[in-house]
Design a protein around this ligand. Sequence first.
Ligand SMILES: [Zn+2]
Ligand SMILES: [Zn+2]
Length: 223
Amino acid sequence: MCLLCGAPLTAADRGLCASCWSTVIPVPDTRCERCGQETASGEPLCLGCATKPPPQASTTVWGEYDGTLRRAVLALKHHGRDELAKPLGHRLGLRLGSRPWMAGVNVIVPVPSHPLRRLQRGWVAAELLARVVARDLGRPFQRALRRHGFGLQVARTRVQRHHLAAGSFRVARRVTGQTILLIDDVLTTGATLRRAAGALLAGGAAAVHCGAVCAAVDPRRLV
Ligand SMILES: [Zn+2]
Ligand SMILES: [Zn+2]
């Protein structure tokens, strides 16, 4: 049954029926090349990146965290609908595969979840998505980052989240000289990707590119 409208699924459908999937469309590929946020029209970089760029070399997002896509991502993240990782990961992988820097990527790394969430869920959204992207793009998948802290990100306010996440990543595998593609599910303020990419570079990575299935229109709208 379709997760959203309850229509019966054919063998080819995953999670949603074809009609619901047809409402899931990519954002125009015109966001800030460096951080993935929206830019003033036509500019390759946003104002923030023009003055203080994040550690990652680039950020790619596929869709907007809204409507059907938002509901699909929430179902994957919080309701155990792991079958959604494939269709969502394929979409992100397609856009990432067209990037000129992709040829230089050695390894695909997920943004790790908080340990408590891992305990509850086993698999987490960013990992499932990163595995799909890794398979589609023919690169190895590696859990190269660990995350500290036992807070549940979803239950906290944005301010608390910022404090909680400060300095919370460490490199768990050798990444020296690697060009890494870092995958997350939702890009909100970008603080998480900045910290995760920063940790990989501090651990010796040559470069970090980021990819997220979708970006929040306005981070304040997140629940
Ligand atoms: Zn449907
Ligand atoms: Zn930017």
